[in-house]
Design a protein. Structure first.
Length: 150
C-alpha cells in the first residue's frame, strides 16, 4: 500500500512540475478549469488611447474605429478573439500572428440604427496571449436623432 501511495505521489509531483509554467483559468460558461500555457505570453502596447471619442453622428450612419497596437514582447502576438458588447458593433479579428516589434490594428464598425438621442459607449474585447488575457477598448459616439440634424 505504501508503494502504491509513493508511486501516485511521485507521479503527481512529476505532473505538477511539468506544468509549472501554466495558469488555471475558471471558465464560467461550464465551470471547467482550463490549463493555459503561459510560456508563449507576449506584451501588447496600445499606440492609440484605449478610450476614443468619436464625436457626433446622425442616426442611421455607421462609424468605424481603429485601435493601433504594437507587439513589444518576445513571442508572436496571437489575437484569438475580438468581440463587442452588443450586436450594433462588429469588430474584426486579425487572422495572422503579429511578430515581435510589428504593429497591427483592431477595427470595429458601429451601426447607429435605432440608437438616436443617446451617447453610446461601446466596449470591444481583445483576447490574446498576453497577461492579462483580455484588453478592453472603449469608444464613445453621440447619436443625434434624424429630426435633430441641422
Amino acid at each position: 500500500m505504501k508503494k502504491i501511495f509513493s508511486i501516485l505521489f511521485i507521479s503527481f509531483l512529476i505532473f505538477a512540475c511539468k506544468n509549472k509554467n501554466s495558469a488555471e483559468v475558471n471558465n464560467a460558461a461550464n465551470d471547467k478549469v482550463t490549463i493555459i500555457d503561459t510560456t508563449n505570453y507576449t506584451r501588447i502596447q496600445w499606440l492609440d488611447d484605449t478610450i476614443q471619442e468619436m464625436g457626433e453622428i446622425i442616426e442611421g450612419q455607421e462609424v468605424e474605429v481603429a485601435f493601433r497596437f504594437k507587439n513589444i514582447g518576445n513571442y508572436p502576438l496571437i489575437i484569438s478573439n475580438v468581440s463587442a458588447q452588443c450586436g450594433c458593433t462588429i469588430p474584426e479579428t486579425p487572422t495572422e500572428p503579429i511578430a515581435p516589434g510589428k504593429e497591427g490594428k483592431i477595427k470595429a464598425k458601429f451601426n447607429s440604427d435605432n440608437r438616436g438621442g443617446t451617447l453610446n459607449s461601446k466596449e470591444v474585447y481583445v483576447d490574446a496571449n498576453t497577461n492579462p488575457l483580455r484588453s478592453v477598448l472603449v469608444f464613445n459616439v453621440s447619436v443625434l436623432t434624424k429630426s435633430t440634424k441641422n
